[in-house]
Design a protein around this ligand. Structure first.
Ligand code: ARG
Length: 461
């Protein structure tokens, strides 16, 4: 097929070069954005008298038909085409001849592709944000049922202090809330139309960039024509938001993998969301979590691809930028896939409350509370900390736990110890007394749920 830019050339393009240059295999997914963008452009050209109203109408009508035909499977993308923009324009000209050739007046593929990517990513971002909200909702539901489920909280993966499973889960809701906000912030910054930047320098035609921006649901036109065609910050921002979100899912996955191991058995995954081993009959593997953890690296790779591709590019458009699509599309596809499978997997876990409670009863998880007890009776925290540490050492040596030491044994370390020490180190007491803002106590967890619900409500308003 002769190239649209063939005029200046005397030879046909080498076949391998054509394939190397072509992007339709991966930018074909933007066909809808491309066509809708072109309809807005043609409408504006007609309204401004740059082309006739009749031509404008015919172009718009035919573009709509092309869109329908692609959607219905009546028109296949031609992989020999250089990219989706050339393909649609060629198809338009095939159908209406001369008139089709007027569409590209005062436009370049440079502003066209910048527009298409933005429009395509708006859709992708909306889908991701909806999936993040689904996961937050799933977390809230499980948290509600586990406000009193005591588990060991860890630091350095060593049992640290008792917490509730609800509080642990709500940490992920807080992370996902930020993820949502990151996507939404990036969306707000991106939602400006580059159309009309043309190749890089704008145009002498009396175009109306505000009109196309408005027709296409943008807040307005981008302010600088060179920036309009060479800005891919939004790809980096989305890939960065996707990377951070994947990192959160990966940490969550890692915990789930541990929790469903025989060593923990805090939860069980539903059979529908785990896999077996080909040789070991007893195995039930958390493959989904492992894949999510693994795919995180791939999304980080997409971010690196984008940042590295842009680094050192002079203004304005350079063909390097064609590489933006595979990276950013992959980041979105991967994240969407991970979120859509992670949420139902989480919704179907079985929480083994007894195992969590039993694990919390070991490991001197209430040693801080023992120190706090002495502080309550007037001792300085550092001294109390030291005494509590010595008592733990004594217990370990004598195979005892804090709950079973006699009052006489306690008194050897300090006269401040009284009968009420047992209540102070009672696991339920020390968990549910931690009622500071954001903590594990039932009322603190309820406050967190209330706040996250308010956030969810504010989105729907
Ligand atoms: N396929 C190209 C891309 O994705 C479209 C823009 C081409 N512009 C150009 N001047 N060659 O970046």
């Amino acid at each position: 097929m002769a190239k649209m830019w063939a005029g200046r050339f005397t030879k046909e393009l080498n076949k391998e070069v054509n394939d190397f240059n072509s992007s339709i295999s991966f930018d074909g997914v933007m066909f809808e954005s491309d066509i809708i963008g072109s309809i807005a452009h043609a409408t504006m050209l007609g309204k401004q008298g740059i082309i006739s109203e009749d031509d404008s109408k015919l172009i718009c009508k035919t573009l709509s038909e092309i869109l329908e035909d692609i959607k219905n499977g009546n028109l296949e993308l031609d992989l020999e085409a250089e990219d989706i923009h050339m393909f649609i324009e060629a198809e338009l000209t095939n159908r209406i001849g001369e008139v089709g050739k007027r569409l590209h007046t005062s436009r370049s593929r440079n502003d066209q592709v910048a527009l298409d990517v933005r429009m395509h990513l708006r859709k992708e971002a909306n889908e991701v944000m909806a999936l993040i909200l689904d996961l937050i909702n799933a977390i809230i539901e499980i948290a509600k049922n586990n406000k009193e489920t005591i588990m060991p909280g860890y630091t350095h993966l060593q049992r640290a202090q008792p917490i509730t499973f609800a509080n642990h889960l709500l940490a992920y809701a807080a992370m996902l809330k930020r993820d949502y906000q990151r996507f939404s912030d990036a969306f707000e910054r991106m939602n400006y139309s580059p159309l009309g930047s043309c190749a890089l320098a704008g145009t002498t035609y009396p175009i109306d960039r505000n009109m196309t921006a408005e027709l296409l649901g943008f807040y307005g036109p981008t302010e600088n024509s060179l920036d309009g065609v060479s800005d891919r910050d939004f790809c980096c921002e989305f890939a960065s938001a996707a990377s951070i979100c994947m990192m959160h899912l990966s940490r969550f996955s890692e915990e789930i993998i541990m929790w469903c191991s025989w060593e923990f058995k805090f939860i069980d995954l539903d059979d529908a969301y785990s896999t077996g081993s080909s040789i070991m009959p007893q195995k039930k593997n958390p493959d989904i979590c492992e894949l999510v953890r693994g795919k995180t690296g791939r999304v980080y790779g997409d971010l690196m691809t984008l940042l590295t591709m842009l680094k050192g590019l002079p203004l304005a458009y350079n063909k390097d930028m064609q590489e933006d699509k595979e990276a950013i599309f992959d980041a979105f596809t991967t994240l969407k896939q991970c979120l859509s499978i992670f949420t139902p997997m989480l919704q179907t876990i079985k929480v083994n409350k007894d195992n969590m409670r039993n694990a919390a009863a070991k490991g001197f998880i209430n040693a801080t509370d023992l120190a706090d007890y002495l502080v309550k009776y007037g001792m300085a925290f550092r001294d109390a900390y030291k005494i509590s540490g010595s008592i733990v050492a004594y217990c370990i040596e004598n195979n005892k736990v804090l709950e079973t030491l006699s009052l006489d044994e306690y008194k050897k370390y300090s006269d401040l110890f009284k009968d009420d020490v047992y209540e102070a180190i009672n696991l339920e007491k020390c968990t549910f007394k931690r009622n500071s803002f954001g903590a594990s106590a039932v009322e603190s967890v309820e406050k967190q749920i209330e706040l996250i619900n308010e956030f969810l409500k504010s989105i729907n308003e």
